[in-house]
Design a protein around this ligand. Structure first.
Ligand SMILES: [Ca+2]
Ligand SMILES: [Ca+2]
Length: 99
């Protein structure tokens, strides 16, 4: 799961990089994350992403985001989600009224 988290963080930096004008150390860190995530996605290290490499990478990003969501819902961190944890994870305006 930590691998997925690492991929998600790196991928977020890769996808968000053009949207933000960053300077200095932050920009450098984002560039490093972008380069690292691109290198990870570029399975054959030929400097470009094929459709298959891109799909594999994007799937890994989605799994990582889902894993992050699971970790947020699993409030006590025991590796399982109870109905109560699921309900509590909803925004207050979307929770069911108590019976
Ligand atoms: Ca490639
Ligand atoms: Ca739990």
């Amino acid at each position: 799961m930590k691998t997925y988290l690492g991929i998600a963080i790196a991928a977020s930096a890769l996808l968000a990089a053009p949207a933000f004008a960053c300077e200095g150390a932050r920009a450098e860190k984002m560039a490093e994350a972008r380069d690292a995530s691109f290198a990870e996605a570029d399975a054959d290290a030929d400097g470009v992403l094929t459709a298959e490499e891109f799909v594999v990478f994007e799937s890994a990003m989605r799994r990582a985001k889902r894993a992050q969501h699971f970790d947020r819902v699993d409030a006590d961190g025991d590796g399982v989600v109870t109905a109560e944890e699921l309900e509590n994870a909803r925004p207050p305006h979307r929770r069911r009224p108590p019976l």
